[in-house]
Design a protein around this ligand. Sequence first.
Ligand code: F0G
Length: 416
Amino acid sequence: MDCGATATAETAVSICPICGGLYEVDLELGPLDRGVFDRNATGDKFFSGVWRYQVMLPRLPEDAIVSRAEGRTPIYWDERIAAYAGVRLLGLKHEGQNPTASFKDRGMTVGVSHARAVGAKIVACASTGNTSASLASYAAAGGMQGLVIIPEGKIAGGKLAQTIAMGARIVQIDGDFDIALALLRQLTDKYPVYLVNSVNPFRIEGQKTIVIEMLEQLGWEIPDVIALPGGNLGNTAAFGKALADLHATGLIDRLPRLMTIQAEGAAPFADYFDSGFDRYEAVKAETIATAIKIGDPASMQRARRAIQLSDGHVARVSDDEILAAKSWIDRVGIGCEPASAASLAGVKKLVAAGEIDPEAKVVGVLTGQLLKDADAVIGYHLGALGGPDRPNINRPVTIEPTLAALERTLADALSG
Ligand code: F0G
């Protein structure tokens, strides 16, 4: 994408050997009709909410495809959530309802299938946790060895447990995600290890289906805004590519505004945006939302294009704002992990700032499931995480096992 070099897809093509930049898959898409996505197709592969959109994905040999019926995630519309954000219509598309409980599975099925198509034996990633869990699952399903490099002690428990259980080789380092990714890139330069971080263009292709599926669910009525959390910025890049591809096929004739929300302590992209995309500086990342604790995002430039293309916006929210928004998403029965709640916290902030019209129709993306990070829930409700006015605190109480004690405890509930 930087130097103009091209490559065919018969080999692993994660990073350009000439300039070190990123590749983009060129599908040479012609006009498509909405009827092309057959909702009633029920074959194994087409049950997948990724491979159902195969005409907008790279063509891979059928026998290479590793799919675990990913995608087909719901959009939840809850008036309490819309009221919290201060907007008329707010849907939450829950990508935590994928096989390994995060959006990563959508890109992973395409990345790992390409790895299999080119005969890779080892598939590897650096991760803040979700990519490693997804990789572990798809590598196991596809009969390959998974290898992950993670920052020691900085991965949420649910994600680490998934990765351990599903048999990926795990290497922990005393360093952050950015160092882990740099280290892995050195390894994959030297050895035939297939890199599936979102610098891999095939991962991006799979993640496009979040937007394609969302717009199809909305009856192709384009929302005003799509909000999503941003870390390494692969997803922002994928959303931009999805919109560009959909526009090129004629499936949509205007674009929603993409709004990427970062955690305040890990917001190099928001800083870059604020400078009019003039000055970029990596940061040392710090946030409770460990999934997006990334200081030097690998997909920065393609994410910039996505924001520019869609007249989008980039904002930052504090950890307290993330946890308060999460407590509402949890409290209405939807649930998500902390990083996901940056979407809602960001929409609320941008409505207050006048950047989003209160009459707008907004879809926020929830990227991971609640159980991924149980410690964050316990820390918020029973510990000291969160701001001074933590909403929705719900503390379990312990009583003597007698009816009298139970009645005393429940007096308020029973009398109402
Ligand atoms: N939300 C969750 C739950 C994530 O796990 C991630 C990224 C993001 C948002 C940000 O997406 O990187 O495409 O901007 N997690 C990666 C990982 C980095 O290793 O699991 P992004």
